[in-house]
Design a protein. Structure first.
Lengths: 747, 173
């Protein structure tokens, strides 16, 4: 392999890995020369459960070993953290997670989310960092060298808050995050890399918690994303939820006991539902048996025994699958293609192993989805290919041109969110819009940045806000402020404001108020509080047999086969969930307590699939344990120098939420108006210069009627009508806000 | 496209504000959509941040600026409606950059602005039209100015205003 000389000297190849940080499972891969390979853990497992188990006593286990905690100690076992990362505590998704998760989700600083375990609290980036560190350790054990650089994938539809939080997680895990890469883009890269394809493909990606669809054009090793759409409320977990509902409802009518209210029972249902999904990927029927799901009124253990056919399952999840096609319609239309234009459909994510999904997707796209792509590994492999090309650019590198999945907006007068960069615009990109003040002698403007597809601010996700002040006081409309929005190649947003008359500037990394600050991240890294992992899949316990580890009863060769290795607990021959498995509580307990279940040695034959044999494993483990502590990689956000501005202060989310609820948005003091250049250019109009949409608050400043009016007349946005609506609203103030504007009109 | 030397990159970044999107992408004004796509790919290969990680930070900043402008150019030129609005803008010499939202608005604006898009704008424009018919140019100018305060970006109103002014004062430039 030849490396391109850079600036006259040959560079040593650097090591950089690709990590698919999944909702349910994570996977790590590396490109080594011409081969890209998934790195398995010490047990030969090629994916690692994104699960963190906080054991009593303070130690933490991560990965497949931690899965035992799900049924053993659900309140201390954190799964599906990706559903919560970068979210506000008050968001719908957090409410939903609270209803289905057995661990405690609490409100953290600035309306963020923390997870409470005993008397400790962890932020989501910290939880994800533990999983990422595990993946890093898996990689280091396999390649026998320290790893400090990675490309981490996220769902394409992740917003800025979620991307930033994921990047923070990488830093906490001791990784320099080279790029945040969209999962479907990574999958397409892995599929098309080095094959000289000229194709249009769709990537249909159903993860544990999210759905993404991307349409790409591949040609001459350029991978151009034409459009991406998604639904962050839809994933494989929702499929499992339907089965849980079915089982819980049946149990309720039979025994009058609500299983969902018992965390232990709920976790057993979850494991069963997930297992059923896996089994139905290969079988037409699965036998679900959950012995001792809960104790009955007389203390006798009650159990669930039921068979579930593929037809029944299909009915349960039918509408979920259909929902994805609505999203696909949008993506195809935005990409300007129809299904028959596509040369291939790539399926990503564990649930796509379900034949009923493959059939439905095939029907929608009028073609068989590709079957030569491993839906669990393709994303990590794409990330690895990209990671390698970033650190060691080579002639044959593929080249990614991605887009921003969500429209970037700014809040303006009237409770509206004005689009600045619309979705599916290529990144990196920068746009500048000119705004003016809303009131005479206004002293500051409140700059709020949103992502989403609605003209109504409340229906978008707030990314952050800052107050820009200190500009020349003048009549409304006489102040011109340029606001520059940048979206970088990671999909992360930066905003700068500049007062044109004074040249005064302010810039900020748009940070979710609930997100971690630079200081927070440094403190976390310093404290090492995410590094107490005692039980990880990278260290095989002496004498432990694969088959018996932590409730693991799967046959080793099955684990390495098609079925996702991390859910071995429930995957048994014939698609039958054996009751012994679901008795995992006891078994897992034993396994965890002494860590030395069973006798004998690692079944080396079972691990012939490119993984380590016993001897080399020990060596690798030793290398890892001898590693010097990873230097904390501090990546300063690249922002313009900020001029000292005592008046510029980050607004607490408190203020903001209060504002939004109690003060009609149209009447906020600090509102902005989009300014037209033309207004300034007009000649001879000095005497009548007024901002056309200016709405004067009446004396006392309370106009509840207007607020209601605004609420009820908030425009419903139909694709393609957005700008028209915008024009209407801003330039016809008398229509919606008649009471106040009549005066002005007459004047 | 070959990799550029740092001095060439700095030079290009320096004149970025003067290049229109066609010049930036090495295209002619009659470029076909496939040409535009190819040019976007080719220029991105040189300037995308992913291929420039190893450059010095200062050069990287210049490259980032160029890369962002390339994406902007592509976003405008690949969309026929936006491209049309942009072409008109550069023909009238009103700047080489066009913000995406402007280009979008320009596309949908055309249809409605001749009638006026606000009740007030329409009202004053109709009055101005009546004035013009009666050769009352002074009032036509005043009414058009008022109409423009309600629709400050209405190019049609502005054209009409220019006409009325010229009639009012033929010596005006």
């Amino acid at each position: 392999m030849t490396f391109m000389p850079q600036r006259g000297k040959d560079r040593m190849p650097e090591i950089a890995i690709g990590i698919d940080l999944g909702t349910s499972n994570s996977c790590v891969a590396i490109r080594d020369g011409d081969a890209t390979k998934v790195l398995a853990n010490a047990y030969g497992e090629r994916t690692t459960a994104s699960v963190v188990f906080f054991q009593e006593g303070g130690s933490i286990s991560v990965g497949n070993a931690a899965r035992a905690g799900l049924v053993h100690d659900p309140a201390r076992t954190i799964a599906s953290a990706k559903r919560l990362i970068g979210r506000f505590f008050g968001s719908e998704e957090v409410k939903k997670a609270q209803s289905i998760c057995s661990y405690k989700i609490a409100e953290g600083d600035n309306h963020g989310v923390v997870i409470e375990v005993g008397d400790e609290q962890f932020t989501l980036p910290e939880i994800s960092a533990m999983v990422l560190r595990e993946m890093k350790t898996v990689a280091e054990a396999q390649i026998g060298q320290p790893v400090s650089k990675a490309v981490i994938t996220v769902p394409a539809y992740f917003n800025d808050n979620q991307r930033q939080a994921t990047k923070d997680a990488g830093r906490i895990a001791g990784l320099e995050v080279l790029r945040i890469l969209n999962e479907p883009t990574a999958a397409a890269l892995s599929y098309g890399f080095g094959r000289g394809l000229r194709q249009r493909v769709a990537v249909w990606d159903l993860g544990g918690g999210t759905f993404d669809i991307s349409v790409l054009e591949i040609g001459d090793d350029v991978f151009e994303v034409l459009a991406t759409c998604g639904d962050t409320f839809l994933g494989g977990d929702d499929f499992d939820d339907r089965v849980i509902d079915l089982l819980a409802d049946e149990f309720l009518s039979k025994h009058n006991i609500r299983l969902r209210h018992d965390p232990f029972a709920l976790e057993k249902l979850k494991v069963a539902a997930e297992g059923a999904k896996k089994a139905l990927s290969t079988e037409d029927e699965v036998e679900i048996r959950i012995p001792d799901v809960i104790a009955g009124p007389d203390g006798q253990p009650l159990s669930i025994e039921r068979s579930l056919t593929i037809d029944e399952y299909s009915k349960l999840v039918h509408d979920l699958i259909q929902r994805t096609f609505g999203v696909c319609d949008a993506a195809l239309s935005q990409a300007g293609v129809v299904a028959r234009d596509l040369d291939g459909v790539i399926l990503v994510g564990g649930p796509t192993r379900l034949p009923l999904i493959r059939e439905a997707v095939g029907e929608y796209f009028q073609q068989e989805p590709r079957s030569d792509v491993d839906p669990d590994e393709v994303v990590a492999m794409g990330a690895a290919i990209h990671a390698a090309s970033l650190v060691n650019p080579m002639r044959d590198d593929a080249f990614l041109l991605d887009v921003t999945p969500l429209s970037l907006r700014i809040g303006v007068a009237g409770g509206l969110a004005e689009s600045v960069i619309e979705r599916n615009t290529p990144v990196p990109i920068e746009q500048t819009r000119r705004f003016t003040t809303f009131k005479d002698y206004q002293e500051s403007v409140d700059i709020r940045v949103y992502q989403g597809e609605s003209r109504n601010v409340q229906e978008n996700e707030l990314l952050g806000q800052f107050i820009f002040s200190g500009f020349q006081k003048a009549r409304r409309g006489d102040v011109s402020i340029d606001i520059t929005f940048e979206i970088n190649a990671d999909g992360i947003v930066d905003v700068k404001a500049k007062d044109l008359s004074t040249g005064k500037q302010a810039s900020t990394r748009i940070t979710l108020s609930a997100g971690l600050s630079e200081g927070d991240i440094e403190n976390i890294i310093e404290s090492g509080r995410t590094e107490r992992v005692v039980s990880s899949d990278t260290e095989k316990k002496p004498g432990e047999q694969l088959e018996t580890r932590a409730g693991n009863l799967a046959q080793p060769d099955e684990m390495l086969g098609d079925l996702s290795a991390s859910d071995e607990d429930l995957v048994l021959e014939g698609g039958i969930l054996d009751e012994a498995v679901l008795d995992a509580g006891a078994l897992g307990e034993e396994a965890l307590d002494d860590g030395t279940l069973g006798e004998g040695t690692l079944d080396e034959e079972a691990l012939d699939d490119g993984t380590l044999a016993q001897g080399s494993l020990d060596a690798a483990t030793e290398i890892v344990s001898d590693l010097p502590p990873q230097p904390a990689v501090v990546v300063e956000p690249e922002i313009e120098p900020i001029e000292a501005d005592p008046a510029l202060r980050p607004i607490e989310l408190d203020d903001l939420i209060t504002d939004e609820i109690e003060i009609p948005p149209a009447l906020m003091d600090d509102d902005l108006l989009p300014e037209s250049d033309d207004l300034l250019e007009l000649e001879g109009l000095e005497d009548v210069k007024l901002a056309p949409a200016a709405i004067e608050p009446p004396p006392g400043g309370k106009i509840t009627a207007i607020d209601e009016d605004l609420t009820t007349t908030a425009p419903t946005i139909v694709e393609g009508e957005v700008e028209d609506l915008a024009d209407d609203f801003f330039e016809r103030p008398g229509t919606d806000l008649s009471a106040n504007d009549d005066d002005e009109t007459k004047a | 496209m070959a990799q550029l030397a740092p001095t060439e990159i700095a030079a290009l970044a320096g004149i970025l504000g003067e290049l229109d999107y066609y010049q930036l992408l090495h295209l002619t004004a009659d470029a076909k959509p496939s040409d535009i796509k190819r040019a976007y790919h080719a220029t991105s290969r040189t300037f995308h941040p992913d291929v420039n990680r190893h450059q010095d930070p200062e050069i990287r900043r210049a490259i980032d600026e160029i890369a962002k402008r390339i994406a902007e150019a592509y976003s405008i030129l690949r969309n026929p409606r936006r491209r049309k609005a942009y072409d008109q803008q550069i023909q009238t010499g009103s700047g080489v950059r066009m913000q995406l939202a402007e280009a979008e608005a320009a596309g949908s604006r055309k249809q409605t602005e001749a009638q006026g898009r606000t009740p007030q704008g329409r009202q004053y424009f109709n009055m101005a039209s009546a004035n013009l018919r009666q050769s009352d140019f002074a009032n036509a100018v005043r009414n058009l100015q008022t109409a423009i305060t309600f629709e400050p970006d209405n190019a049609f109103f502005k054209e009409q205003l220019a006409i009325a002014r010229k009639k009012l004062d033929p010596n005006r430039r």
